[in-house]
Design a protein around this ligand. Structure first.
Ligand code: PAF
Length: 282
């Protein structure tokens, strides 16, 4: 695996690879790699000739400074994982490398409703920062394929918009959420759960599954289902749901007809850790 810290040297290397006709796959991460990331790298390796993984904890996408400070960093384990899955290239830039003009160089894309609702409402500025760094990374790597997880449902929809709006010649590949054996969606934040919180966290996917089954019955209105989910989560001591919402799976707008593709999305606080998850309903 070749490790690059500077965009210019990575760019020079990738130009040579592209000139040789190699197709490039890209997996952007913030490190603290787990099986979910590994599945993205494996998908990239199956689809492309050369996989670039980036590790960069992007300061501009953290609306909560404590979350940024507590974001897990496991660099040496990450390197071992990347070597084991035979990732060809690791890009590990510094903050100065990615933000040479300081952190306040705003991205001027208005994503509209899709970035303002749900996570956008509860984490103001998060998607602006995320899109800002993904755009910078795409300009450097210029991948043929970009691999992201369904776990960050709203994120992948916004990145899809970014690719369209900026006319990147990159195909977004969305890979399924990987889950622990009890159903908890894999996330870098899971390592911050203490034993008790980890046990409780299974209730998130259990509630999503319950709602998916219940949504098959047309007499259960979506409003009732959302309220039922909140009631179930709130009833458990130690769980504090932030939202549970059923939306159109493409626009994230409220569902008008049950024949639309629907997704249930939730954010929940457990033991001081904020976890998100989602499930397609039909
Ligand atoms: O999903 C993540 O890990 C981050 O939001 C991303 C896409 C790497 C941008 O910093």
């Amino acid at each position: 695996m070749i490790v690059f810290k500077h965009a210019q040297s990575l760019d020079r290397y990738l130009i040579k690879c592209k000139n040789r006709g190699q197709k490039i796959g890209f997996v952007p991460t913030m490190g603290a790699l787990h099986q979910g990331h590994i599945s993205l790298i494996k998908a990239s390796k199956e689809t492309t000739d050369l996989t670039v993984c980036s590790i960069f904890v992007n300061p501009t996408q953290f609306n909560d400074p404590t979350d940024f400070q507590n974001y897990p960093s496991t660099l040496s384990a990450d390197m071992d994982i990347l070597l084991a899955v035979e990732c060809e290239v690791l890009f590990m830039p510094s903050v100065k490398e990615m933000y040479p003009n300081g952190l306040s160089d705003p991205l001027k894309i208005d994503f509209g409703f899709i970035a303002q609702t749900l996570e956008g409402e509860h984490r103001p500025g998060h998607f602006e920062g995320m899109a800002q760094i993904v755009e910078k990374l795409l300009r450097i790597v210029k991948p043929d394929f970009l691999f992201m997880g369904q776990k960050d449902y709203q994120q992948q929809l916004i990145v899809g918009q970014l690719i369209k709006k900026r006319k990147f010649d990159t195909r977004l590949m969305v890979c399924p959420t990987l889950r622990e054996s009890d159903g908890l969606a894999m996330s870098s934040r899971n390592v911050r759960l203490d034993k008790k919180s980890r046990k409780l966290a299974v209730k998130i996917s259990e509630t999503l599954k319950f709602i998916k089954t219940a949504s098959a019955k047309p007499s259960n209105t979506l409003k009732q289902l959302e309220q039922e989910a909140i009631n179930r989560l709130q009833a458990i001591k130690g769980i504090d749901p932030e939202y549970f919402s059923i939306r159109n799976a493409t626009t994230l707008k409220p569902v008008r007809k049950r024949t639309e593709k629907m997704v249930a999305l939730t954010a929940v606080w457990i033991g001081g850790v904020r976890l998100i998850d989602n499930l397609l309903l039909n």
